[in-house]
Design a protein around this ligand. Structure first.
Ligand code: 5AD
Length: 354
């Protein structure tokens, strides 16, 4: 185990069997070494900085039926909403007051927002906040739509692959296809976005073999960002009788991802903080270097319930700002309000690296 961990630390690469061996034999003692290496790698690449993103969940309508997700269209109990342009700008304005330099616009797959409307929203944000990055997280679109949005000024795009097992993907996403997911991620990369992929830990029937597939898929895709969080059960979904994902396993996956992709932007995800009140603090120590805070007004946040308990954690994000700063400082890191672009991207655009 120790020599494999060292090899991963030194080369940022392992093969299928080696990763599987690591996952199968992980224990608290080896985790300590893994986390130490992951944190060192993070410090070498990004120092102690923790980048802050402002999240605007602008629509909870969704045409999909992902079996784990609370806003799946078949959940008739979900109380849906969508924001108009002015409301979205209002949310960004709140973030801007606190010096946020990234706005992440997330929604279900909602056809109400046509390409033209999305372009209008992006152009408006870019004109109001010219020094800010815009990230979209609105699901699967055509190459042409991705291209239009990129040309309108979108900088980054989050689209988790959810699971790299084709069989598991099919089982959990009845109306979707694994091939189209991959096609979307490849298109986004090809167009020039900073791309975020990622997966859920603790999905039913997710073996260590499947997690190795996830890690190797990420290694191959080389996304600029990776979102990893534990499964949290929502009672109004088909997974209501399953159990939540393991926190410890999630930390292992975060640390392995940091070592496989040393300069990746890796958020301490919201789901982690739902399971453990100190989830963010712990994640920062095992390689995470980004935190996303919710900018949607409290009364809407409750309606964007991907999983149980989500709204409580992110409630009052703006007042929460100082508290989050303290979580970061207590863990030994520093809040950073710059755009926090990926290093590779900075070079491509010719923006000076520190
Ligand atoms: N538990 C954990 N993560 C979830 N997501 C959606 N529903 C759940 C859940 N019940 C994640 C998906 C999606 C992201 C926005 O939220 O990975 O890509």
């Amino acid at each position: 185990m120790k020599s494999l961990l060292k090899k991963l630390y030194n080369t940022n690469s392992l093969d299928n069997d080696e990763l599987l061996y690591l996952l199968d034999n992980m224990n608290v003692e080896y985790q300590e070494l893994l986390f130490y290496y992951a944190n060192n790698t993070r410090i070498r690449n990004y120092g102690k900085k923790v980048y802050i993103r402002g999240l605007v969940e602008f629509s909870s309508y969704c045409k999909n039926t992902c079996k784990y997700c609370g806003i799946r269209c078949e959940n008739k109990k979900a109380d849906r909403y969508r924001m108009e342009l002015e409301e979205i700008i209002k949310c960004c304005n709140e973030g801007n007051k606190l010096d946020y330099k990234t706005f992440v616009l997330q929604s279900g797959e909602d056809a109400y927002y046509t390409d033209d409307l999305l372009v209008e929203i992006v152009l408006k944000i870019k004109s109001c906040f010219p020094n800010s990055a815009v990230t979209l997280s609105i699901g699967e679109k055509s190459y042409l739509t991705y291209k239009k949005l990129f040309n309108a000024g979108v900088d980054r795009y989050l689209l988790r692959h959810e699971t790299a097992s084709k069989e598991l993907y099919k089982e959990l996403h009845p109306r979707m296809s694994f091939e189209n997911r991959m096609r979307c991620l490849n298109d986004l990369k090809d167009i020039g976005y900073q791309v975020g992929a990622g997966f859920i830990v603790g999905l039913p029937n997710q073996t260590n073999e499947v997690l190795v597939k996830d890690l190797l898929y990420l290694k191959k895709l080389e996304p600029e960002m990776v979102g990893i969080g534990p499964l949290i059960i929502h009672p109004d979904t088909p997974l209501r009788n399953f159990k939540c994902g393991s926190l410890s396993k999630t930390f292992t996956c975060l640390a392995l991802t940091r070592l496989l992709l040393p300069d990746v932007l890796l958020p301490a995800t919201t789901a982690l903080n739902v399971v453990d009140p100190n989830g963010w603090g712990k994640a920062l120590k095992v390689g995470a270097n980004v935190i996303m805070l919710n900018l949607s007004p409290g009364y809407l946040r409750k309606k964007y319930e991907l999983y149980k308990g989500k709204a409580e954690v992110v409630d009052e994000a703006i007042k929460y700002f100082e508290e989050v700063k303290e979580i970061i400082n207590k863990a030994g890191y520093e809040m950073d309000m710059s755009r926090g672009d990926h290093k590779r991207w900075k070079r491509k655009e010719g923006i000076c690296c520190e």
